[in-house]
Design a protein around this ligand. Structure first.
Ligand SMILES: C[S@@+](CC[C@H](N)C(=O)[O-])C[C@H]1O[C@@H](n2cnc3c(N)ncnc32)[C@H](O)[C@@H]1O
Length: 387
């Protein structure tokens, strides 16, 4: 699984692949979906929606003790990806020193209600889960009841065109974060793969798209959906402390980051979710100056003699140093310059400023791998988790 090494370090599927042999013995329903190859090794047909559905429900049962029923013609949630997203939110809360009573909103929870169920099981977070589609709404409610989680999760039916505003503006409740896996396609043609941006050189997707048009298509696709969330967040501000959404295409990030900059929302961050053979991306933003998005430390390539990483600091503290020294009061020199596009948050933090300067000033190419690792571990408290 090419991308598993880039999974979140706390993702339990990073080093432990699902053991089909073990699951087939323990779960008779799962056994019906696996077949032995010539060597006797069991495999599952990832292009068969029923098999995918069975795998997800079996993993939720085995690894999280959750009894989940998924509607036959609706999106099947892949569990390692959903976990990566939840773990990123855990990191944001930890880095922002947010503890205690945590409450989230899951926009478009699906029939599985997967994010609230996993998060409530793992962290006891409370959730308001919204859903537009009738079938998904009914199924999500039943999944919450089936797992006796009505004390933590409330599922709310919404009408079209509502993302956050109508749900929140009439209520005095505030939330720690919101999350969303938006409808990804612009129209049915894109949903059927007829007008999507996938290059002809790329192999066929490893697994089948299980989402129905009602849950996967929205006007303007995921970009417009998340833009709407961004605009609504401008009205809601700190009623939700951290806004996040996943996107299915990397190309969706640029217009969304552009929109955030245009609206002067500068405390934002992105992340890659890597699992199996698929990648997804997360975007988070906040109006709360205490929210700190985790430093990204991605080990891109490494072998015994070479290591290369991409690190994104909280704040650019090293550009225009000369100008800043000469004109300490020059407002422009204090502001982010255009080459700091990816130094996206305005949070200040001594350790990270120092670490960012160290990265800029230290040429690590002369160090051996161990020294480089120690260097990053020393200067980035978060990096330890990733190394
Ligand atoms: C891509 S699916 C994600 C489902 C689930 N969260 C998951 O990750 O597996 C998007 C879901 O959002 C729902 N949806 C679409 N527009 C919505 C809206 N404006 N408010 C709430 N839910 C919406 C769809 O019906 C669908 O269930």
């Amino acid at each position: 699984m090419a991308l598993n090494k880039f999974m979140h370090p706390r993702n339990k599927y990073k080093s432990k692949k699902a053991n089909f042999q073990y699951l087939a013995i323990k779960y008779p329903e799962f056994r019906k979906h696996v077949y032995p190859d010539v060597s006797g090794k069991l495999f599952l047909d990832f292009r068969n929606p029923d098999s995918l559905r069975q795998l997800s429900t079996t993993l939720m049962k085995e690894d999280f003790g959750l009894d989940v029923v998924l509607p036959p013609d609706r999106l099947v949630p892949t569990i390692p990806l959903r976990l990566n997203y939840i773990l990123w939110i855990e990191d944001i809360l930890k880095d922002s020193s947010i503890k205690g009573d945590i409450s989230g909103i899951d926009v478009g929870t699906g029939g599985s209600c997967v994010y609230p169920l996993l998060s409530a099981r793992m962290n006891k977070w409370r959730f308001l889960a919204t859903e537009l589609d009738d079938t998904n709404f009914t199924c999500a409610v039943k999944n919450v009841e089936r797992n006796q989680m009505t004390n933590l999760i409330q599922v709310q039916k919404v009408e079209k065109d509502v993302v956050l505003l109508d749900v929140l503006e009439t209520s005095a409740a505030t939330y720690t974060f919101c999350m969303c896996n938006p409808p990804f396609f612009m129209d049915n043609l894109e949903a059927q793969g007829i007008t999507n941006t996938r290059s002809d050189d790329r192999p066929e997707p490893h697994s089948v798209n299980t989402a129905s048009p009602t849950e996967s298509v929205a006007f303007g696709g995921e970009v417009e959906f998340v833009k709407k969330m961004i605009h609504e967040s401008l009205e809601l501000k700190t009623k939700v402390r951290v806004y996040t959404s996943m996107v299915g295409k990397k190309t969706s990030l640029s217009p969304l980051k552009e929109e955030l900059r245009k609206l002067k929302i500068l405390n934002f961050s992105t992340i890659e979710f890597c699992q199996g053979k698929t990648m997804r991306w997360g975007l988070g933003w906040s109006f709360d100056e205490n929210i700190k998005f985790p430093i990204k430390c991605e080990d891109k390539k490494s072998n015994e003699t070479k290591i290369s990483m991409v690190l994104t600091a909280y704040q650019n503290t090293w550009s225009n140093q000369r100008r800043k020294r000469r004109h300490p009061k020059d407002k422009q020199s204090q502001e982010h310059s255009s080459d700091t596009k990816d130094m996206e948050t305005t949070n200040s933090n001594h350790t990270t400023q120092y670490a960012a300067s160290m990265i800029a000033e230290t040429d690590t190419k002369d160090l051996n791998t161990k020294q480089v690792l120690r260097f990053y571990a020393l200067h980035f408290s978060n990096a330890k988790a990733f190394l």
